[in-house]
Write a protein that binds this ligand. Structure first.
Ligand code: NAP
Length: 563
């Protein structure tokens, strides 16, 4: 057994104010806020420590693609000032250290039960409480249930024929062994060419004897341009961190980057080329900010896509390999990847690329796999095959709302939420960065903090009024889903088979899951609900709420003193 909660006794018949599922950054902050409200909480976590995504994704090369100074909590000035990041983009071990530091600093672990999976959660309509059961025999109740299970936490390991008889280790990037894996002198097969593969392949190739990459769809990758943290830059931000964060919240993805408001078509082709070069030199996800219409106008998008394909051709020496690595879909339609030497890795004599778009992997053998009747033998196979995004982890829990309806059934044709915060028929059940909120299209940290503060504020208001339940009105939920779809359809992002639409896994409903309207517009909608005492929700039949006392996130994007 691991070190935490390995031998604890099950907890039964204990009543909490709130049960929280997950102790990644969402669950940790939720717990902290609940304590500040004097509410009792139990958090359940499958892993043996905090960190969520950053606990599991320990593959070589894993690092954040949002600047560390922005990918961090803003709720505590003390924390903000005392923590120093060593690089512009923090690596996974450093982010996990940060999560652990937060857990220590705020003494979070004492309310978290580790190595415990929530199996069922049922709303008991007789006393308006959630009954939660775990795989460790716990059976507890909570007035509220909060899911902080993360958006990319349910690993997708495709069921290749013969996989169970394969004798070589099969690793998944999202479930990496804690002790690490030494690739020195080994023959490695890598399946997938998404962000995880693009980050890990160059690092794996440094040690391996041979690497074969199996690619179903090529991805666009932009150089990360990571660097050691510039102390002057850090000092400058820390001198005025609140304003820096506030400004970031006015941006569509809730992080700051160089953004050009012009259309790509306003510039002549040579000017545009120079402009792209400038953004390419800067690197990172901000490359998508080169013009304002890159995801709205096909012609503008074609111009940036061709620029990047040109870069691939200029780096990759073998024209056939360069061609294979060059996507022909909309630039930025799938999540943009950032890389450090990815394309160059394919110039190495021991790295090969195999196209499995037309001829998929047929089956696994005891020592490898077969594609187009050709056999490949390996010492280890790395599946960088992604996640059942946005809903995968919730699907694994039997969540039952009113009248015996399960969330999985309700979401069978795609997730249905109001503001990504709640789903009609599931009273007092909240999702942090759930589908229908900006979540994966935003900087996850402010997205989490805004959700948690909204939820915490809602608890206070309900308590003040003595209200027992809250849930969205069906009409609000339907209207919100209509709006989420409408804005998605305006974007070129909805045009390809990405995990945003669940298309990476056969059989999943094809629905654009995150809210693409931008963080500021979303914040306005959430604030409107707070201001109108939750007009879009049903509260305990007809309980009247007092007007808001303290407003957690003002429309001027400042985080006021928490209630
Ligand atoms: P992903 O983007 O979904 O990539 C999975 C890859 O596996 C794709 O290339 C996919 O091909 C391939 N694949 C899946 N099933 C396959 C099959 N049966 N046969 C062959 N290929 C198969 O997953 P990910 O790379 O783990 O990234 C997921 C998300 O996590 C990212 O988009 C990002 O939001 C986040 N992430 C961020 C970072 C970072 O830089 N901070 C790093 C890693 C992950 P298709 O494209 O054809 O489906």
């Amino acid at each position: 057994m691991n070190r935490r909660d390995g031998n604890r006794q099950p907890e039964t018949d204990t009543a909490f104010d709130v049960i929280v599922i997950g102790s990644g950054f969402g669950g940790m902050y939720m717990l902290h806020r609940l304590r500040s409200l004097g509410m009792s909480a139990r958090v359940y976590e499958v892993a043996d420590d905090v960190g969520g995504t950053w606990y599991w994704n320990r593959y070589p090369g894993a690092r954040c693609d949002i600047e560390s100074m922005q990918y961090s909590y803003s709720f505590s000035e003390g924390l903000e000032q005392e923590w120093s990041w060593s690089e512009k983009y923090a690596s996974q071990p450093e982010i996990l250290d940060y999560a652990r530091h937060v857990a220590d600093r705020f003494d979070l672990r004492r309310d978290i039960r580790f190595q415990t999976r929530v199996t069922t959660a049922s709303f008991d309509e007789r006393d308006d409480r959630w009954v939660v059961e775990t795989d460790r025999g716990d059976r507890v109740t909570g007035r509220y249930l909060v899911s902080a299970v993360g958006c990319l936490s349910a690993a997708n390991l495709p069921a290749f024929a013969g996989m169970q008889d394969c004798q070589v280790p099969i690793l998944h990037t999202g479930r990496w062994p804690h002790e690490g894996f030494d690739f020195t002198g080994l023959r490695v097969g890598v399946i997938g060419t998404g962000s995880s593969a693009i980050q890990s392949i160059p690092v794996i190739a440094r040690d391996a004897e041979a690497v074969v990459v199996f690619q179903r769809t090529p991805n666009y990758a932009v150089p990360a341009r990571n660097a050691p943290m510039n102390p002057d830059y850090e000092r400058g931000i820390k001198a005025n961190y609140a304003d820096f964060r506030a400004l970031a919240r006015t941006r569509m993805p809730a992080f700051l980057f160089q953004y050009d408001k012009r259309s790509a078509l306003e510039l002549s082709p040579p000017e545009r080329e120079r402009h792209y070069e400038d953004y390419w030199r800067r690197g990172g996800l901000g490359f998508l900010g080169a013009f304002s219409d890159l995801l709205l106008n096909q012609e503008s998008n074609d111009s940036i896509a061709e620029f990047v394909r040109g870069k691939i051709r200029s780096v990759v020496k073998d024209p056939e390999v360069a061609q294979l690595l060059s996507p022909d879909n909309v630039f930025g339609c799938k999540r943009l990847c950032v890389d450090s030497g990815y394309y160059d890795t394919f110039n190495l004599p021991h790295v090969d690329l195999v196209d499995v778009s037309e001829t998929p992997i047929q089956y696994f053998t005891e020592t490898g796999l077969v594609v187009a009747d050709q056999r490949y033998d390996f010492d280890v196979i790395v599946c960088a095959t992604g996640f059942a995004a946005m809903t995968g982890s919730l699907d694994r829990i039997r969540i039952t709302g009113r009248k015996g309806m399960t969330l999985k059934d309700k979401w069978r044709s795609g997730p249905r939420t109001y503001l990504g915060l709640m789903s009609a028929g599931f009273p007092n059940f909240f999702t942090v960065t759930g589908p229908g909120s900006p979540s994966v299209l935003a900087n996850m940290m402010p997205a989490i903090e805004q959700h948690v503060d909204w939820i915490a504020h809602c608890f206070t208001r309900l308590d003040d009024a003595g209200a027992r339940t809250i849930e969205p009105l069906a009409v609000s939920e339907n209207a919100w889903i209509g709006h989420v779809n409408e804005v998605a359809n305006e974007s070129l992002r909805s045009t390809c088979s990405s995990w945003y639409v669940g298309a990476n896994i056969p059989g999943r409903p094809r629905v654009f899951m995150p809210y693409i309207g931008g963080f500021p517009a979303y914040l306005d909608r959430c604030n409107a609900e707070t201001e109108t005492s939750y007009a879009g929700f049903a509260i305990d039949g007809d309980t009247a709420l007092a007007p808001p006392r303290v407003y957690p996130w003002t429309t001027r994007w400042n985080l006021a003193t928490p209630t």
